[in-house]
Design a binder for this molecule. Structure first.
Ligand code: SAH
Length: 393
C-alpha cells in the first residue's frame, strides 16, 4: 500500500484553514495518513458514491446506518436523501472529519456520529437502510450481524472486495459456496450492482471491489426460525464442506454439543434424562458411520430454541470462517483420528448418537456433501433435528 503524500503547504498559502478545506473535497485532503489496518480506502470517484446511495432507493423518511463514513463521501449524499444518517466510525479522526464536513450546513442536524467498532455494538442500531464502503476486515461479521437482526433494514448497499462479493452470490457446487452464501440467500436476496476498480480508491487497495445490494426478507417473508439455529447447523455442515454430512456430524465434539443441547431441551420440556453408564459399549468416536440402535422415548416434542448452551468463542473472521472453535482446537489430529475408544458412555449419549443417525438417514442427506446442498436441504435437516429435540444454539 503506497504512502499518502503530505500536501504541499505552498498551494494553500493564500487561503485560511477553513477556506482551504472548503476549496478541496474531503476525499482529497491529506490531513492524515490513512490507516490500512482500519480498511481505510476512501472513495475518490464521486460517481461511485452517488451510485451507492442511488441504489439504496432512499426515501425522505428513511433512517440510514452507514458503517465507516470516513471523510463523509457517501454520508453527505445519503444525508441529502434521507431523514437521518447514523454513522458508526472506529477512527475518531475520521469521526471528526465527517462532522466537520457538514458543520454549518442544514445536513448537520440529520447526522449522528457514533464513535466505536460497529462489530462490538451489542446490536446494530435500527435502520431502514444500511450503506457502507465496507472495511474488508469486517465484511463477514457485518453481514452476519445484519442478517441476525430481528428487524433488519429494508435494503443494504455494500461495497466489498470482489472475492468476498462472489461468495455472497455463490451457488451449490461453486468453489466459493460457503456458510455465508447459504445464510445470505436464506435470509435475504442478493444482487450484484457494479464492479469498482481499485483506482477509484485512495489509497488503492490490492484487489478489485464490487457493490452488492442485499434485501433482507422482512415481516412474514422472513423464515420463522432462529438465525442462530440455522447458522449453528451450517457451522457444523460447512466445517468440512467436501465431506459427507455424516462425517461432519461424526466427531465427538459435535455429538457432545448435540448432547448438551439435547439435555437442555429435555430439562425445559421435563423429559427424564438417563445418565446411567452403558457398560461394554465400544464405538469409534470419530467414525463416519453410527450403528447404535437405541429406543428413544419421551421426546416427541420438537421443542424450542431456548437453549442456554451457547457456542461461545466462535468468530466470523474470513479465515476459518466456517470452523467452530472446538474444531480449531482439535486441529488436524481431531479430524483424522480414527482410533476406537472404549470410554464409558451414558445412555443419553447413545440416544443422541442414534438420533443424529436417524435424522441423517431419514432426510436422505447422510451421504450428501455440504458444498452440494441447497438451503432447503439444510432447512429439512434442521427441522428433522428439532423434531428429535436437538438444537444448535
Ligand atoms: N465511507 C468512506 C470511507 C471508507 S474507508 C468512503 O467510502 O470514502 C472505511 C472506513 O471504515 C474508515 O473510515 C475506517 O476508519 C472505518 N472502520 C474500519 N473498521 C471499522 C469498524 N469496525 N467499525 C466502524 N468503522 C470502521
Amino acid at each position: 500500500m503506497g504512502k499518502v503524500k503530505t500536501p504541499k503547504r505552498a498551494g494553500a498559502s493564500t487561503l485560511g484553514p477553513y477556506e482551504r478545506k472548503a476549496a478541496k473535497p474531503a476525499a482529497n485532503s491529506n490531513i492524515f495518513r490513512f490507516d490500512k489496518d482500519f480498511g481505510q480506502h476512501i472513495l475518490k470517484n464521486p460517481g461511485i458514491s452517488d451510485a451507492i446511495v442511488e441504489k439504496a432507493y432512499l426515501k425522505p423518511t428513511d433512517v440510514v446506518l452507514e458503517v465507516g463514513p470516513g471523510t463523509g463521501n457517501i454520508t453527505v449524499r445519503a444525508l441529502e436523501k434521507a431523514k437521518k444518517v447514523i454513522a458508526v466510525e472506529l477512527d475518531p479522526r475520521m469521526g471528526a472529519e465527517v462532522t466537520k464536513r457538514v458543520q454549518g450546513t442544514p445536513l448537520a442536524k440529520k447526522l449522528e456520529v457514533i464513535l466505536g467498532d460497529v462489530i462490538k455494538m451489542p446490536e446494530l442500531p435500527p435502520c431502514d437502510a444500511l450503506i457502507s464502503n465496507t472495511p474488508y476486515q469486517i465484511s463477514s461479521p457485518l453481514i452476519f450481524k445484519m442478517l441476525a437482526m430481528p428487524n433488519p433494514p429494508r435494503v443494504a448497499v455494500l461495497m466489498f472486495q470482489r472475492e468476498f462479493a462472489k461468495r455472497l452470490v455463490a451457488k451449490p457446487g461453486d468453489a466459493l459456496y460457503s456458510r455465508l452464501s447459504v445464510n445470505v440467500n436464506f435470509w435475504a436476496t442478493c444482487k450484484h450492482i457494479m464492479k469498482v476498480g481499485k483506482q477509484n480508491f485512495k489509497p488503492p487497495p490490492k484487489v478489485e471491489s464490487d457493490v452488492v445490494r442485499i434485501e433482507p426478507l422482512i415481516g412474514s417473508a422472513r423464515p420463522n426460525i432462529a438465525f442462530e439455529e440455522f447458522d449453528g447447523l451450517l457451522r457444523i455442515a460447512f466445517n468440512r464442506k467436501n465431506k459427507t454430512l455424516r462425517a461432519s456430524f461424526g466427531p465427538k465434539e459435535v455429538l457432545a454439543m448435540c448432547e448438551r443441547n439435547y439435555k437442555v431441551h429435555c430439562s425445559l420440556n421435563k423429559i427424564p434424562i438417563d445418565e446411567s453408564i452403558v457398560e461394554n459399549v465400544a464405538f469409534d468416536d470419530n467414525v463416519d458411520t453410527m450403528d447404535v440402535e437405541i429406543d428413544v422415548e419421551g421426546d416427541d416434542d420438537a421443542g424450542n430454541d431456548n437453549s442456554e448452551e451457547q457456542w461461545r468463542g466462535l468468530d466470523n473472521d474470513d479465515d476459518d470462517e466456517d470452523m467452530p472453535a472446538f474444531f480449531k482446537e482439535l486441529g488436524d489430529e481431531g479430524k483424522e483420528a480414527k482410533t476406537p475408544s472404549k470410554h464409558p458412555k451414558t445412555k443419553v449419549a447413545l440416544i443422541v448418537r442414534a438420533k443424529v443417525e436417524k435424522v441423517l438417514t431419514t432426510t436422505d442427506l447422510a451421504d450428501r456433501r455440504a458444498r452440494m446442498c441447497d438451503q432447503n436441504d439444510f432447512l429439512k435437516l434442521l427441522i428433522a433435528f428439532h423434531e428429535e429435540g436437538i438444537h444448535f444454539s
